[in-house]
Design a binder for this molecule. Structure first.
Ligand SMILES: [Zn+2]
Length: 385
């Protein structure tokens, strides 16, 4: 296998590791040695390839919806239910298989352009699952299931027909029955779900009233007998969870839920810019991290972001840093924690010996190391091995 010796101005990763100047001996897509140029020294018959700038492992976007990566006018911040009705529904309506495939391909391209080579993709159809699996991205496609009323049987049937390597996403506690969640946990497949995303969701689960119920009634899909007890959505899903799962959002949890999520082995995916778009404030991500909950980063779909030319958690890291977060913490969330959330080997997202899921490079000569994330607007490029 091809060996390559890189000399690099600066190497960093999400463990807080930094070496400057640095050397990296690669064999194919595996790290053989990492350290200072002196510690590795010259290698017989290998020319040194010099990289000016900062190199780090590629990023992980643990929650997005690639199949709605369509060109649209920049949306203004709005509430969740009107956004579903006015922005997402027109895109999904009558979307052909070719259009779905094109949207996933565009999403994959915009992900790579932002340094995200690994994605947890929520697929609205089997066409979207196939398009993801044909892309060059690492990660998992979770087929989204809706399971209320007459659609419950359809959701259960889809579970039996899923392609190999595909995860499953019961959409949310208000749109999927308890039975469908139980079947999803029994399926043995990786599981993701939206959870505690809005106050409307809490009202819907606890009281069966509110704007989600009204919206579901207007489109003829409301089912008052979804099977969940009239309790907080975190409790409803943790009650049926038989193994760890990935929960997107978790904005609206009670103090006691921090321990509950930890005990259930839940990975929470926080989507900071999407959260701000919908007007949610004070996400408990720091409290969750302090209590040992794995918190990863996601972008959610491009239809609630102000960056139409890329789809990357790098922008979410920079957003959080502007709000005072530590660069090392957000880099961990956008690499190692994302891998853990998706059930991937986290060592592939740090600079230790062994396989690595791609390296990216920032060339800015002024902002080096962790500064290439915190004090620069530069987008990374892939390191070709
Ligand atoms: Zn989502």
């Amino acid at each position: 296998m091809r060996r390559i010796l890189l000399h690099i101005d600066c190497l960093v990763d999400g463990t807080g590791f930094m070496e400057s100047p640095a050397a990296l001996l690669m064999e194919g897509d595996s790290v053989v040695q990492v350290g200072s140029p002196q510690s590795i020294g010259p290698i017989d018959e290998l020319q040194i390839t010099q990289i000016h700038g900062t190199v780090m492992p590629s990023f992980v976007n643990a929650h997005t919806h690639l199949d709605i990566t369509v060109e649209t006018s920049l949306p203004q911040p709005m509430e969740f239910v009107p956004w579903v009705k006015e922005v997402v529904a027109p895109v999904r309506r009558n979307q052909t298989a070719d259009e779905i495939k094109a949207a996933v391909q565009r999403g994959a391209q915009l992900s790579k352009e932002g340094g995200c080579f690994t994605v947890g993709d929520i697929a609205g159809s089997l066409d979207a699952v196939r398009a993801f699996q044909e892309s060059e991205l690492f990660g998992i496609s979770f087929l989204e299931l809706i399971g209320t009323g007459t659609r419950n049987a359809n959701g259960l049937q889809l579970l039996d027909e899923l392609p190999v390597g595909c995860g499953v996403q019961p959409h949310a506690p208000y749109s999927c029955s308890k039975q469908l969640y139980e079947a999803s946990f029994s399926s043995g497949r990786p599981i993701a779900t939206h959870l505690a995303e809005t106050l409307d969701e809490i009202e819907c689960l606890e009281q069966r009233t509110g704007s989600i119920v009204e919206f579901a009634k207007t489109i003829g899909v409301w089912d008052g007998e979804i099977g969940h007890d009239r309790i907080h959505p975190v409790d409803a899903i943790c009650d049926v969870a038989t193994r760890p799962f990935l929960a997107a959002h978790c904005h609206y949890i009670e103090d006691r839920h921090v321990e509950r999520l930890h005990d259930c082995g839940v990975s929470v995916v926080y989507c900071p810019r999407a959260s701000a778009f919908f007007g949610h404030k004070q996400h408990p991500w720091e409290r969750l991290l302090e209590h040992g909950v794995n918190v990863a980063l996601g972008t959610d779909s491009i239809l609630c972001l102000d960056t139409s030319d890329r789809l990357t958690v790098l922008d979410d890291m920079r957003y959080l840093i502007q709000k005072g977060a530590s660069t090392k913490t957000v880099l961990r969330m956008g690499t190692i924690n994302g891998a853990i959330a998706l059930g991937l080997d986290p060592s592939h997202y740090q600079l230790t010996k062994g396989k690595i899921a791609g390296l990216i490079q920032f060339s800015d000569p002024v902002h080096r190391g962790f500064d290439s994330i915190s004090n620069s607007h530069e987008l990374p490029t892939p390191v070709t091995l």
